[in-house]
Design a protein around this ligand. Structure first.
Ligand SMILES: Cc1cc2nc3c(=O)[nH]c(=O)nc-3n(C[C@H](O)[C@H](O)[C@H](O)COP(=O)(O)OP(=O)(O)OC[C@H]3O[C@@H](n4cnc5c(N)ncnc54)[C@H](O)[C@@H]3O)c2cc1C
Length: 436
């Protein structure tokens, strides 16, 4: 198993020239900083407005979390429905659940409208309980879905082997309208659409300063009426809002293509995208060419400051999978890669218009491609046509001043990893917030 992002491998041979870096001084009506799923969706929305739009990306389109992701398109990115129900009540949970649902619809509509070749496969989600607490988590999820009128199918431990080739799980819940995607190919093809519609695109262009309506990179600058920042791992020197975001580490691996028999061993019927109920969960699905994509992490390394390159954690994840699926123990994993997912303290995104500089907008800490897609599009809509938007209230959910368990001021004493770990766990398992 060697260290390389599989999605980069799938890009090899694709005719997609890199866009040049920003050099010299320019003007635009709207600049989007960062071309992950959020920035791409912001730019796609702005592209339709007739304004002069520019995207400035440090790496390549999709070159950070988006292009490293496992490509599960499910509303259930990190916060389960039952957790949103506890925190916000039924109405709030339904309101928030519709954010990633609309994000998925946006991604699908874009891919379908422009005919993207991005390994988009319909795959029902299967959330798998482990042990007695896992069975309880499945039951809570089923109750929440039923309370909100969402369809799902629940499997007991005894029923599960009908749909998945393992007896390691204590129960499962299945639901539809979820997909798998190669998000790096999506991002690169979205770049082509933007270029075709007159959007100016610069890759290899790190924004190093944001002044009064002015965005500077190492080699150039652009003056703009409005700026939407959808960048990850921002340094504090660019904005104090960076304090609201940290990152969680996860690892992914990919196997050689499975044979028909192995696919049948794994999924006797339909193919699913799966994850389990562990706090640091494992997740897996099949790609279009039957490769097994398997990911996970470990509690001690989740909030590591740097992306770890060693195989230690992913080997443990692979061994856990082999124990759960003994019939697949001979499957060979060929590549692995780590990734740092930007997250806020409560796993909801932070989206705001800067109070002191109202021309400056931020979309930060989106955990999950669907959340990022919605939030980028949301920010662009509210910049371009604020008077005609009916979902202004999401600014309230996503404000940086919403309640958190441990304040940022304790970082000096406890350290950022601990403050984020405590807040994340609180938001997932305890927090109740009916003030929104
Ligand atoms: C290994 C891994 C697996 C994952 N699996 C899934 C999954 O299966 N399903 C799911 O929904 N989510 C998954 N995620 C999470 C998901 O990828 C992210 O939540 C999502 O991509 C966030 O999108 P974004 O646009 O907000 O951020 P990003 O994709 O991080 O985009 C931010 C962009 O900003 C650019 N940038 C940063 N700083 C600057 C600067 N100064 N100047 C210019 N550009 C800058 C970056 O290069 C980057 O391209 C996974 C993440 C990882 C790392």
């Amino acid at each position: 198993m060697f260290l390389q992002n599989w999605w980069y491998t799938t890009l090899l041979g694709v005719q997609q020239p890199a866009s040049p870096p920003l050099t010299g001084d320019h003007e635009a009506d709207l600049v989007v900083v960062g071309a992950g799923m959020a920035g791409i969706c912001a730019a796609l929305r702005a592209m339709q407005s007739g304004r002069r739009v520019m995207v400035v990306e440090r790496n390549i389109f999709g070159g950070s979390s988006t292009g490293k992701s496992a490509g599960f398109l499910t509303p259930d990115s990190e916060l389960e429905l039952s957790q949103l129900m506890r925190r916000y009540g039924a109405a709030g949970a339904k309101d928030l659940w519709s954010v990633p649902v609309r994000g998925i619809e946006l991604i699908l509509a874009t891919a379908q409208e422009h005919g993207f070749s991005c390994d988009l496969n319909r795959q029902d989600s299967l959330y798998l309980g482990k042990g007695s607490s896992g069975a309880e988590a499945v039951r809570e999820e089923a109750e929440s879905r039923s309370a909100l009128g969402f369809e799902s199918t629940v499997y007991s431990k005894e029923e599960l082997p009908r749909v998945i080739g393992s007896d390691a799980y204590s129960g499962g819940i299945r639901y539809s309208e979820t997909w798998g995607i190669d998000a790096l190919r999506f991002a690169q093809q979205a770049k082509r659409v933007l270029l075709d519609h007159g959007v100016v695109v610069h890759e290899s262009s790190e924004v190093v300063e944001i002044g009064d309506h002015l965005v500077r990179t190492h080699l150039g600058s652009v003056r703009a009426a409005e700026v939407i920042v959808c960048a990850d791992k921002l340094p504090r020197s660019l904005t104090p809002h960076a304090d609201n975001v940290f990152h969680a580490q996860t690892f992914l691996s990919i196997s050689e293509p499975l044979g028909d028999r192995e696919v049948m061993e794994m999924f006797p019927g339909d193919r699913f995208q799966c994850w389990d109920s562990d706090l640091v969960y494992s997740y897996f699905r099949l790609t279009g060419d039957n490769r097994l994509l398997l990911g996970g992490g470990s509690a001690p390394t989740t909030f590591s400051l740097q992306a770890l390159q060693s195989t230690r954690v992913i080997n443990r994840v692979v061994n856990g999978f082999r124990n759960a699926f003994p019939a697949l123990s001979r499957v060979r994993f060929v590549q692995y890669w780590p990734g740092l997912i930007d997250t806020t303290r409560d796993l909801l995104p932070t989206v705001l218009r800067d109070e002191k500089s109202p021309w400056l907008h931020f979309v930060l800490g989106c955990v999950g491609l669907p959340w990022a897609a919605f939030c980028g599009d949301f920010a662009a809509r509210h910049v371009l046509d604020p008077g005609n938007q009916e979902d202004h209230h999401y600014y309230h959910y996503f404000r940086p001043t919403r309640p958190f368990f441990v304040p940022l001021s304790l970082e000096g004493l406890l350290g950022k990893p601990l403050v984020f770990a405590m807040n994340n766990a609180w938001a997932k398992y305890v927090q109740v917030d009916r003030t929104t």
